[in-house]
Design a protein around this ligand. Structure first.
Ligand SMILES: O=C[C@H](O)[C@H](O)[C@H](O)COP(=O)(O)O
Length: 262
């Protein structure tokens, strides 16, 4: 039986399926968070289950840890792994230098730690995530709950003074309560529209007391795998300066859909 996927899920799936081919036996792999990364975890689970792939997976959130265990992946902590061969994760936006906005799903802190501790980071995304300038997607900023209103005001004042934003940020909510990250923090989303100097902004934000991490990933991603709903995948490697295109045959992946519905 084949589960019918929506066009967006087909695009996410083919990106994840192609990126899974980068994973080799014996690797320690960072497992990203989000709907695209979930496809990657399912693909790796199938490779473990049906093809005997032996990997150690370091999840970037409690959600991903649970899914990875369900898929039969050997899950270890980053402290056990210490250093990773590869991390594969989704993104909310990427630009032509493969700088990213991440954290739409609230997992930016663990994601950045894990990606930075990896020899290589591969981002998997549907084509809609590609942007000319980062910033249309609200930039997540993880802040400690203590004094968060003061931290938010400091962020706003600093960014207004830098001419980076109008005064618009919002505390991320979960119903009528603040959204709590896996690390017990809050997220303030910055509505910037367009980020001129992402490198500078990332540094300025992380220097503010109360800010734990921001969702700008600068010079961390090495390769992006862009999926399209018709099965095409584009691979862009920022280090090699290459861009190639391939096509995934859905017929060969039917068994993946048979028991891996969301
Ligand atoms: O915190 C969440 C992560 O940064 C996700 O990788 C990002 O939000 C993309 O998620 P999705 O693949 O669901 O669009």
């Amino acid at each position: 039986m084949t589960i019918e996927l929506s066009p967006i899920d087909r695009a996410k799936f083919v990106a994840a399926r192609r990126a899974a081919d980068f994973v080799e036996d014996g690797m320690r792999v960072g497992l990203g968070t989000g709907s695209t990364a979930a496809w990657l975890v399912r693909c790796l689970g199938e490779m473990v289950r049906d093809h005997g792939l032996r990997i150690k997976g370091v999840p970037t959130s409690a959600r991903t840890a649970e899914l990875a265990r369900d898929m039969g992946i050997n899950v270890i902590s980053l402290d056990e792994a210490r250093w990773l061969d590869l991390t594969i994760d989704g993104a909310d936006e990427f630009d032509d230098e493969l700088n990213l906005i991440k954290g739409g799903g609230g997992a930016l802190l663990q994601e950045k730690i894990v990606a930075t501790a990896s020899d290589q980071m591969i981002v998997i995304a549907d084509a809609a995530k590609e942007v000319e300038h980062l910033g249309a997607f609200p930039l997540p900023c993880e802040v400690i709950p203590f004094g968060w209103r003061t931290t938010q005001a400091l962020i706003e004042e600093t960014l207004v003074a830098m001419d980076v934003m109008g005064r618009a940020s919002s505390l991320r909510m979960n119903g009528d309560k603040p959204y709590i990250t896996d690390e017990g923090n809050y997220i303030v989303d910055l509505h910037l529209n367009r980020i001129g100097n992402a490198r500078q902004l990332a540094m300025v934000l992380n220097q503010m007391p109360g800010v734990v991490e921001n969702g700008l990933f600068i010079d961390i991603c090495d390769v992006v795998v862009i999926g399209h709903s018709d099965g095409r995948v584009e691979l862009r490697d920022i280090n090699e300066g290459t861009a190639t295109e391939e096509k995934i045959d859905f017929a060969e992946t039917d068994n993946l859909f048979s028991d891996l519905g969301d």
